[in-house]
Design a protein around this ligand. Sequence first.
Ligand code: FNR
Length: 195
Amino acid sequence: SARRVLCLAGSLRRHSWNRRLLHAAALQAPTGLQLDVHDALAAVPLFDEDLESRDPAGPAGVQALRAAVAAADGLLIATPEYNQALPGVLKNALDWLSRESPLGEVLAGKPVAVLGASSGPWGTRLAQASLRQVLHTCGALVMPAPSLFVARVAERFDARGWLTDTATLQSLQSFLLAFDAWMERVARPAALEQP
Ligand code: FNR
């Protein structure tokens, strides 16, 4: 059966390049890989331990996100770069996901791949570095290579929002194949997941 990958864009705006990149990835996912682009970061409130002590499962938006992460075989995160780091919206969601909950610590042991697109010439290098650091802290199994930095992103999509740049399409294709192999390599055997 297909490996299921939950795709998260670290941007809330409707025309986010990073979300478009994920949709492009979903369209060209290799056989055996199913990519679902999840749009739920807007429903995740600012992290607050008081909210947590009211309900260990967290607010509804957090519960939905956590359940989606728990159910996925892997997580694909497309991060924008804000002031040379990951955006607060994404960090906030990861802070929620890092916590103990009725579903456990859902990032611990989860295979994750990181990519990103920015308008600048470096293509989210520093944002991805900061995102990796946070994910490592949460116990996620972050794919070490290849990297995918989409610089000057507006030049790579057409007016209708389709990814048309051949080099980027090819990088995306090999990135997804590498992530499939990474998930295969680090996946916990199903039997070990039973308590
Ligand atoms: C940016 N942007 C940006 N780009 C970059 O390459 N390096 C950076 O440090 C920053 N910093 C930054 C800060 C803030 C507050 C904003 C709003 C933007 C530009 C950024 O790459 C661009 O807005 C992307 O289009 C954001 O990604 P989405 O929303 O299109 O996915």
